[in-house]
Design a protein around this ligand. Structure first.
Ligand code: PEP
Ligand code: MN
Length: 638
């Protein structure tokens, strides 16, 4: 994931052609490669301290620092000064990571026989990466400040000493490469973090610095947060100091008070921090006895036509509780599709508490459902209740639903697992998260990997709602499984008036999607009419979830949609002006200049990122906002 983030960031930031990016070392150092990586103009500094001072004093837009190497781990030479600057109050944001392949060559003056080389110069971190190979060759290690600097020293010295540096640096200084790569490990690379001042950039990469006087406080932190720990030597006040890469900042903050750890985060803005992520990739499953459902792998994406759920793709499945007639399901399908739903639901076999209640129209209704899906461009989801229904339903439906009452019908789970269709697995009203994952394991063990888990409310003592939507259970399941998790606010609420609130709660908690019941004549619905949203209210919910309507939606509805967005925009602009005023006041109080051209550039970047392909619009919006903010400031000063 980090690599993906780095690549996306790199592509976005390649536009910043005049970005001044500092690194430590001479030209030809690996830091220069990292600094140039995102399209910046590299500038070398003699030490990490000088580099960070230049960033602090506004001489640079960005600084790159090596933090971790594949052979030797943490690069303490860079991490220690960085820790010191942060402890002194420098506020930094980690904006991206670059991984630079490292090939450390042994280079000497042309004509030097390799047997004559007795000493090799380089940066201590580079020397550590070649410990064994150099020992084998009987070469002594000599520390200097930089790999490219080592090449320079050897070039100006009439000895048989060698330098350990990149081929590029060797050639630049007229040296001859004697050994192409002397690293102890073949696939060597170093990760660099790109840092900017926090008030000019938004943090993107998860990177945090920890201090504690309690040695045991940081134990198992890697296991608890899924992070990579980069330990430092520490100080007498704080014996343990370390960098944590890749951890969820919110999780670290939550652990900090109990563990007597101070967390200084350079990454993950609040919006990202709140998001709960699937288990970190690795070897062992989260629950050993559930190797498929809790495997530590990349998030599973379930994709059927326009329906795409998982790994950040969020979807809304909507439709009637039961398929009542060909016309009914056709009408509702068109309505939900025009609001941005990406799959159609509808029951043909209904699990009813009372045996005399409507039981569903059976297989005949499957054709009505499929026809409605086809006409509206949506794949269809429908429930199977018995093993002998699986084959005929799987022939035509795109996704097979296992209802709450059948979550532990193990023969049925095995049968849908063999049917060759993705499965939507509802959580049983009386089942624990572990049992839910156990049911998922049954389906997966039978062969089906495309599974969507659905929380639909559990049975509690509360009778004001039909069930209790267990958002906590969804969140608890999130770090345990790679499978997408959606919520069904309709069956949880049992009342139409509560559906939108529960839908928004689940969505804000990071659900991968929703399944919502919609009916155009709830009073006459054959099942679950009390909890059905009418199409206009579903449209309102869809707008609030930022789904995309299409031209089939009646013009009046589309206008209402855009009016509501305009209202939201107006409210946001008002809030922005208020916050900008507070910033102005704060700057005046601390004697800082209210206008800051670098800050303005950062704001422009934010809008350009949010409006890809509309640079002029982004710029015009920023112009208007800045103009309004300036007018407001001068009015205040009068
Ligand atoms: C349904 O989706 O219509 C249904 C019966 O749901 P559950 O199994 O969650 O009660
Ligand atoms: Mn229902």
């Amino acid at each position: 994931m980090l690599r993906e983030l780095t690549e996306r960031e790199a592509a976005e930031r390649a536009k910043d052609t005049d970005l001044k990016v500092g690194y430590q070392g001479e030209p030809g150092a690996y830091g220069e490669v990292a600094a140039a990586g995102n399209g910046g103009v590299p500038q070398g500094f003699a030490s990490f301290e000088k580099l960070l001072e230049a960033l602090r004093d506004g001489e640079l837009d960005e600084a790159v620092l090596p933090i971790e190497n594949a052979v030797v781990g943490a690069i303490t030479e860079a991490l220690e000064p960085l820790a010191d600057f942060i402890c002194e109050g420098m506020e930094l944001a980690a904006v991206s990571l670059t991984s630079v392949p490292v090939r450390l060559s042994l280079a000497a003056l042309p004509g030097t026989p390799i047997q004559a080389v007795k000493r090799a110069w380089s940066h201590p971190a580079a020397l550590r990466q070649c410990t064994h190979r150099l020992a084998q060759m009987g070469i002594e290690r000599v520390v200097c400040y930089d790999t490219a600097g080592a090449a320079q020293i050897v070039a100006h010295d009439a000895s048989t000493d060698a330098a350990i540096c990149s081929r590029w640096a060797a050639e630049r200084h007229g040296l001859e490469v004697l050994v192409e790569d002397v690293s102890d490990k073949e696939q060597n690379n170093t990760r660099f973090v790109h840092l900017r001042m926090a008030d000019h950039a938004r943090a993107q990469v998860s990177l945090a610095f920890l201090r504690t006087s309690n040695m045991t406080a940081t134990g198992r932190l890697d296991v608890l947060t899924g992070a990579t720990l980069l330990p430092l030597a520490g100080s007498s006040e704080y014996p343990v100091r370390m960098w944590v890469l890749g951890a969820d900042a919110a999780r670290l903050q939550a652990l900090a008070p109990v563990r007597d750890v101070q967390v200084i985060s350079l990454g993950q803005p609040a919006a990202y921090a709140a998001k709960i992520t699937p288990p970190k990739q690795g070897t062992e499953p989260v629950v050993k006895s559930l190797p498929h459902a809790t495997a530590r792998k990349a998030p599973t994406v379930v994709e059927v036509g326009p329906l795409r759920i998982g790994a950040g793709a969020r979807a809304v499945i909507a439709g009637p509780c039961s398929v009542e007639s060909a016309e009914q399901v056709m009408r509702i399908a068109r309505e939900v599709a025009s609001c941005g739903a990406t799959a159609l639901r509808g029951g043909i076999f209904k699990p009813r508490t009372n045996p005399y209640a409507f039981q569903g129209h059976g297989l005949e209704a499957l054709d009505w459902l499929v026809a409605a899906g086809k006409a509206s461009g949506l794949p269809v989801v429908t429930e199977v209740m018995a093993v002998d229904q699986v084959k005929p339903v799987a022939e035509k439906a795109h996704v097979l639903q296992i209802g709450a009452r059948n979550m532990q019908n193990f023969d049925l789970l095995r049968a849908v697992g063999r049917a060759g269709r993705p499965v939507l697995l509802k959580r049983g009203a009386g089942s624990t998260v572990d049992e839910w994952l156990g049911a998922a394991e049954y389906v997966m063990a039978a062969g089906e990997t495309r599974l969507i888990l659905c929380e639909r409310g559990i049975r509690t003592f509360e009778t004001a709602t039909r069930n209790t939507l267990d958002v906590g259970g969804m969140l608890a399941a999130r770090p345990m499984t790679h499978l997408p998790i959606i919520a069904d606010p309709s069956h949880a609420a049992g009342r139409a008036d509560l559906v939108e609130g529960l839908a928004r709660a689940a969505w804000s908690a990071g659900a991968d999607g929703l399944i919502v019941e919609v009916h155009d004549d709830p009073a006459r619905a054959l099942s679950d009419g009390e909890q059905a949203l009418v199409p206009a209210r579903f449209a309102e919910l869809a707008r609030n979830l930022a789904l995309h309507p299409d031209a089939r939606l009646p013009l009046a509805q589309l206008r209402a949609w855009v009016d509501a967005i305009d209202h939201d925009l107006g409210v946001l602009v008002q809030r922005r002006l208020e916050v900008a005023r507070v910033i102005g006041d704060s700057k005046r109080q601390t004697g800082r200049a209210v206008l800051d051209p670098r800050r303005e550039a950062a704001v422009r970047r934010t809008y350009q990122e949010a409006l890809p392909g509309s640079k002029t619009l982004a710029d015009k919006l920023v112009d208007l906002l800045l103009e309004a903010a300036k007018a407001q400031q001068s009015i205040d000063e009068d």
